[in-house]
Design a protein around this ligand. Sequence first.
Ligand code: A2P
Length: 260
Amino acid sequence: MTSTTTPIMLNSGAAMPPIGFGCWQVGRAAIAEAARAGYRAFDTATFYGNEKQVGQAIGDAGLARADVFVTTKVWRNDMGYAGTLKAYDTSRRLLGVESVDLYLIHWPQPDDKLVTETWRAMEHLLDRGEVKSIGVSNFEESDLDLLARHSDVVPAVNQIELHPLRQRKRLVAANTARGIVTTAWSPLGQGGPVLRNPELKSVAAAHGVSVAQVVLRWMLQKQIVTIPRSGNAERIAQNIDLDGFELSPAEVARIDALAN
Ligand code: A2P
């Protein structure tokens, strides 16, 4: 049975936990709570303004560096070759780590050169062993094509908005075909209609779990990395408590049928 402790292998050779804590709009207390609840991956970004708090929370939890997987992202204002190298150094310092596990381009940009120069800087960091894996976020297929025209290094991850009512099937298939692991941001649909969906409620009732757990378990079984967010201790713990039940192929198919 697929479990939250079985890592997903990236094309860089690194192993990534299938579930991480999304650090957007959450503070140090919630991140510390997540560390206590068993999360070993933390997803932040320069733009979130909380890299320092993420580093502190991991340090406070007394976790060994090798047991933690840290993702951060380069923001638009820092993109370009020199800007990216500088931003990476700042992120490392704020996080208090020697190297980041996964460094992502946060958003694609209309200026192709800005994107390809950013990627060139990230490749340089990868070549020098200063970062373990590099990838992208919010990239469409055309954005992946741009990188492929300029570089032989395939992104390890494409982190996109994805949940049962917005499944991005075509893009997920394109990622997989290229050897790119898909990560879902806001997998719970930001706490909106996804959590009130009748079909998901009925699957949840059948297993005696919450809709959030069904959604996250569905992604775990599909080998899509998830990074749910919560500021509430009970929900933080609930969202990683996914190994006590399994969705049947028919239940997975029912959820698959909810959207494209
Ligand atoms: P809260 O912080 O009060 O728990 P997403 O990760 O899709 O962006 O969703 C985050 C939103 O979903 C937050 O508003 C969060 O609120 C809420 N949320 C997170 N986990 C759960 C859960 N297990 N049940 C209900 N709501 C949740």
